[in-house]
Design a protein around this ligand. Structure first.
Ligand code: NAD
Length: 297
């Protein structure tokens, strides 16, 4: 079993670190939030007082941070992980960030002889808790193989998408598609409700028909249709509108850089950005259901 450092114990990182402990690994953790640290302590992690301390004397350092700027600064700031990481430690960044930043951080570490992989995840908070996440890795095959046991303790599927940054590209493709499915599903449900249909029955019909998709199967956006999903919990405890908006921004940047045509992605990016500006940024992304509510006549 390995010694693992873990930085970023939020909605995703908290349960992931707890699962590493359950998998028999020795886990030392750091977060800026005291509440997150206390929860990790209860789950059996050792608390340390800085990010650099978390990255010292470990076989693996895992980071699960909000966005590009956090990852860049945690790794590369003057007092960042790069100053303390040993060549024997493999750095695994599970945050969703731009492929560009992943490559930049990876290259800076590589110059010091430290291996790095990008390993963003899919599966949401439910997947993080249930240990069923999908890891989408980018980096050298040897480094991805080395990470396998640790990733396996936090998830179910491990894919190697390609070179450094490829994990991030695959991840934003997936999230762009997910946002399109979420908005489409929300519109269809609101249309049915506006015509007097029971959303539970309509969901069952569409889930068994050609409109079937992940949001209908496990993440219904209409309150009361499913238990244990954010929509039935005041849109709390899932994947924030602000984070989805960030991912859609990354997808648009990538589309511009490559010339790919992503009109649906551009539309959902605008919808999520304006939903956030209307004050819903801290809600789960399924709350977009309320943005497409029919206007009462
Ligand atoms: P979160 O905001 O709940 O957690 C982020 C954590 O990072 C917080 O606890 C915060 O205190 C900590 N943090 C920030 N800066 C730090 C620093 N400098 N040092 C130490 N800790 C720091 O976010 P989350 O929902 O856990 O998401 C994390 C990443 O995973 C994001 O990139 C997100 O896009 C991605 N993701 C989230 C989901 C989801 O369903 N929530 C699903 C897949 C991927």
């Amino acid at each position: 079993m390995a010694n693992v450092g873990f930085i970023g114990l939020g909605n995703m990182g908290g349960p992931m670190a707890a699962n590493l402990v359950k998998g028999g690994h020795k886990v030392q953790v750091f977060d800026l939030s005291e509440a997150a640290l206390s929860a990790a302590k209860e789950a059996g992690c050792s608390i340390v007082s800085s990010a650099t301390e978390a990255a010292t004397h470990v076989d693996f350092i895992v980071t699960m941070l909000p966005a590009d700027k956090h990852v860049k600064s945690v790794y590369l700031a003057d007092d960042g992980l790069i100053t303390v990481l040993s060549k024997d430690t493999l750095a695994i960044d599970c945050s969703t960030i731009s492929a560009e930043t992943a490559r930049f951080v990876g290259a800076a570490l590589k110059e010091k002889g430290i291996d790095f992989i990008d390993a963003p995840v899919s599966g949401g908070v439910g997947g993080a808790k249930a240990c069923t996440l999908t890891f989408i890795c980018g980096g050298e095959a040897g480094a991805v193989a080395r990470a396998r046991d640790v990733l396996q303790a936090m998830g179910k599927n491990i894919f190697h998408a390609g070179e450094m940054g490829a994990g991030q590209v695959a991840k934003i493709c997936n999230n762009m598609l997910l946002s399109v499915l979420m908005v489409g599903t929300s519109e269809a449900l609101q249309l049915g409700i506006a015509h007097g249909l029971d959303p539970k029955v309509l969901s069952q019909i569409m889930a068994a028909s050609s409109g079937s998709n992940w949001t209908l199967d496990v993440y219904n956006p209409c309150p009361g249709v499913m238990d244990n999903v954010p929509s039935s919990n005041g849109y709390q405890g899932g994947f924030l509108v602000d984070l989805m908006s960030k991912d859609l921004g990354l997808a648009q940047q990538a589309a511009l850089a490559s010339g790919a045509a992503t009109p649906m992605g551009a539309l959902t990016h605008n919808l999520y950005r304006s939903w956030s500006q209307l004050g819903h940024g801290r809600e789960d992304f399924s709350s977009i259901f309320n943005y497409v509510k029919p206007i009462s006549k």
